[in-house]
Design a protein around this ligand. Structure first.
Ligand code: 5GP
Ligand code: ZN
Length: 110
């Protein structure tokens, strides 16, 4: 837990938000500023700054994030139409919240 981290506060319930999915390791909620009709964030509960900070020991949470994205795409009915999974990494990569998260973006009109 990082005291100044917005996503740690969301995970802890200190900032109210609606979780579309939650398990012991991660939560899923809608992006506050969606870039597409479906824009979800898959967020590990444990504070990890970015992809740069991942170690071999984090392989399980990363695969769990991707499998959860796949499951949420199904739930949000974008599996067939297709979607993007995106990690922004550090400032130059567009990351503004420095708590690891995977964007699931889709649902554009055909
Ligand atoms: P990044 O650019 O770091 O990969 O993406 C961070 C994302 O978090 C942005 O798309 C932004 O809209 C979203 N975001 C920032 N603050 C909040 C918040 O308080 N609640 C929610 N639901 N999303 C947030
Ligand atoms: Zn955090």
């Amino acid at each position: 837990m990082e005291t100044d981290c917005i996503f740690c506060k969301i995970v802890k319930g200190e900032i109210p938000s609606t979780f579309l999915y939650e398990n012991d390791n991660l939560v899923v909620f809608r992006d506050i500023n969606p870039h597409a009709p479906v824009h979800l964030l898959i967020v590990p509960k444990r504070h990890i700054r970015s992809v740069n900070d991942l170690t071999e020991d984090d392989a399980k949470i990363v695969s769990e994030m991707i499998m959860t994205a796949k499951m949420m795409a199904e739930k949000e009915s974008v599996s067939k139409s297709g979607y993007k999974l995106l990690f922004n990494v550090e400032k130059g990569g567009g990351q503004v919240i420095f708590h690891l998260h995977l964007h699931l973006i889709g649902g554009w009109k055909k």
